[in-house]
Each structure stands twice: as structure tokens, then as C-alpha cells.
Design a protein around this ligand. Sequence first.
Ligand SMILES: Nc1ncnc2c1ncn2[C@@H]1O[C@H](COP(=O)(O)OP(=O)(O)OP(=O)(O)O)[C@@H](O)[C@H]1O
Length: 460
Amino acid sequence: MTMASMYFCRMLFSPAGYSALPGFVGAVNQEFQLKFGPSCCRLYSIYSSTHKFDFTDLTRPHSWYPNARRKHRKIFLHMGPTNSGKTHNALKRLESSDSGLYCGPLRLLAWEVSKRLNKAKIPCDLITGQEREEVDGAKHKAVTVEMADVTSNYSCAVIDEIQMLGCKTRGYSFTRALLGICADELHLCGDAAVVPLIQEILKVTGDDIEVQYYERLSPLIPMKVPLGPYSNIRKGDCIVTFSRRKIYAYKRKIESEGGHLCSVVYGSLPPETRTRQATMFNDTASEFDVLVASDAIGMGLNLNISRIIFSTMEKFDGFEMRELTVPEIKQIAGRAGRYGSKFPIGEVTCINGDDLPLLHSSLKSASPTIERAGLFPTFELMYLYSRLHPENGLRQILEHFVENAKLSENYFIADCEEMLKVAAVLDEMPLSLHDKYLFCISPVDMADEITSQVCYKICK
Ligand SMILES: Nc1ncnc2c1ncn2[C@@H]1O[C@H](COP(=O)(O)OP(=O)(O)OP(=O)(O)O)[C@@H](O)[C@H]1O
């Protein structure tokens, strides 16, 4: 053993090394403790045999999750368009399992699943970036995908909207859940465009895969004409727009010119308020019979919508103003005519007639195949790297990984622009690397004055 490798070994396994590890509390730290031992042994053995360990080699992400790799998982892909019963079937399996984990892309979806399970007398915790509601005796958890637990054993787990693993900012959390969740049965629900990539990624995990394709349960008809005057608005319509300001502007317009009262739904509404608004809209006795919503309705929410009306086919995606993609258009349009609702046949149109060709062509197109999944280095890798470069702050460590990451062809490195901004602020504060990492992977919009001030105060 060389001096260098002896030093490396001492550094990793000495009590000082461990005590220097930042606060061992909470689920992420539990994951860290459980994984750190075997992973470090593995990293160390590679290091001592080659005298050189490349921390930026991210070509084998499946090996970051030894617990899941020890299991022979049975993976069910429920693939199909919106409103085809995919989630319904996966949730039925979850409900009948001894223990389970639901991972959704939205806090609202996790909230709905936890409510549904608790109502069915299956105690279920709710864990999102914003709340943690623990229920006595719960063996089920409904979480946002970023909070997915990859250390415990589950009988059954569900990852909803799995095609989001191709999302440039959040995709890595879906990849982590896909590779890391330790469940006998893992159910993946989403668009069939992701099937070849998942099959490719799972070739190295030793899991069994079964794919089930679904058809839409009720018809969806694209209209040949745009909405026209607001007096054409009718019961069960849903106007889709992409900013909170516009949501309230349309609500005012429709209430004054269209003669209908409107409920509103958008992502940042508290779940209780959103449920109240959705219930008012779904309730036939209520006067609030029109909905104005953001694309937050695009994923999974069950609403009695008769017709979707796109106010625009463009949205600001945090980086730029861009046209909606085919999957986004299909996903949002698919909310009309929900199976089992009072409007079993859905219609879809636009406010602006010039947008109709894009709407029609998108609904006829297959979603483009998703070629690569997002990836982000684990805390362990960053920690080990930081021990060798103690002079570097989190921002420099992140930049190093982004610039030097070596990836297999199935993956891309997550877009870290926002994280780099947060890391630069955090590096000014006396926080451990682990705490900085946690703050960094939390969804904070540093462009939002209030959010960034709150983040700054909490960190301090
Ligand atoms: N076999 C079934 N029996 C009764 N209701 C069903 C059945 N399958 C689906 N549904 C209902 O149809 C609606 C659509 O189902 P589900 O949410 O599973 O669709 P999905 O394919 O997951 O779509 P999305 O991606 O939009 O969520 C839900 O209200 C669901 O409860």
C-alpha cells in the first residue's frame, strides 16, 4: 500500500473522517451512512489498485445503489397516453402491498395519493420538499420524486410520469428513483416514448421487465374552429395559460364577458386550496363551472373537464419563451373527457385560430423517443472529491463535475445553472458541504426575490 492510498484509507475510515461528515440526521443522511460504507470500500479498492480514482467517471450509475442491486426487482412499465388507466392499475398494486412508495412529479399528486390511501385505511406518510406528514403505523409513503427513499426496502413502488427522466433540470431525480428504489415490484407509469431508453438503462441492473401498453379510455376530439367570443365559453371548459397573472386575468374576463364563475388551479396553490377549487369545479351543483388553470393540470389530476382551450401555444420555461412540445400539448389536451367523469368525450381547441394547425398536428404525432436520462453526482462522490480538494467550495466542485463528467450514451448531466447560483451564495456561509448540497438540490428559484431571501435567512 502506498503512502497516498494509506492516507486516503485513513481519511475515509478514521473517526475523524466520519466525525467531519456533516450532520447525520434525516433520510438523506441515513442513505449516506448506509451507502457510504460499501461504496467507500469499493471506491477505495479501485483507488488502491490504480492509485488514481476518477470521481467524474459517472458511466456506471447503477452501481451507486448497492441495496437495489442486491434485489432482483420486477419492473412493470405501464405505458400509454393520458387517461388510459396506467396510474389506476399501478396504484391498485400499491394499495394491496404490505409496504409501498409512490413517487410523483408534483406535490399535488403526492398529496392526492396520500389522501387516497389514508381514506382507504392504508396509513400513508406524505413527504415533499415542503411538508412531512407522518401517520402512525404507516408502511406507505407518497413523496415527490426528489424525496424518494433509496435506502429502505419496499414491497411495491410506483414512479409516475417516468418520461420526465429526460427533463434537463429534474430528470436526474427520476433516474435516481429508477436505479435506486429498493422494491420487489417497481411500477413505472408514463409515455411510451421512454420505453427503449428504460430497457437500455436496465440491461445492466439484472431486473426483470414487463411492458404493458395502454389505449386511451375515452375519445378526444380536436375542434376545427377556435373558441371565438367569450360568450362561447360553456360549462366544463378549461382555459389553459402559463402564468399566475394571466390565470387571474382570464378569470376576470370570463366572469365579466362569458357569464361563468371560474375556479383556478396552478402549481403553487396550497394543496388544500387547490382541492377546494377542483371540488367546486367538479361539483355539478356549484356555480363555478369553468376552470382556468396552468399546465399543473397536465399531470395526473382528475378533473371533470369537457373541453381544453389553449390560450397560447408558447410558454416561458425558466430559460426562454418557447413553443409547447408535442408531449406537453398531448398531456394537457388529454385532460379533457376523463374516463368515468360526467364528460366522457373530450374536446380541445385554442383561443387563437392560428394555433390550431400546431394543435392538430401535435395530437396526431407520436411523442419523440426520449434518448437520454438526466444524471447528477451523488453526495458521496462530491464529498470524496472535496476531501482531496479542500480549498474548493461547492460551486467549484459542481463546476468541476459538470465540465468533466464522463457519461455513458444513455445519460446527460443535469442542467445545474440554478444550482450554481445557489452554491455561490451558500459558499459564503459557514455551512457543511452536506448542508450546502441539500440546499442546492432543493427547488429554489433564486430569481424570485422573496424565495431567495427566505433561503438566505434559513441558511444563516
Ligand atoms: N379500470 C378502471 N375502473 C374505474 N376507473 C378507472 C379504471 N381505469 C382508470 N379509471 C379512471 O380513469 C381515470 C384515468 O385513469 P388514470 O389516472 O389511471 O389514467 P392515466 O393513464 O394514468 O392518465 P394520466 O397520465 O393522465 O394520469 C381516473 O379517474 C381513473 O380513476
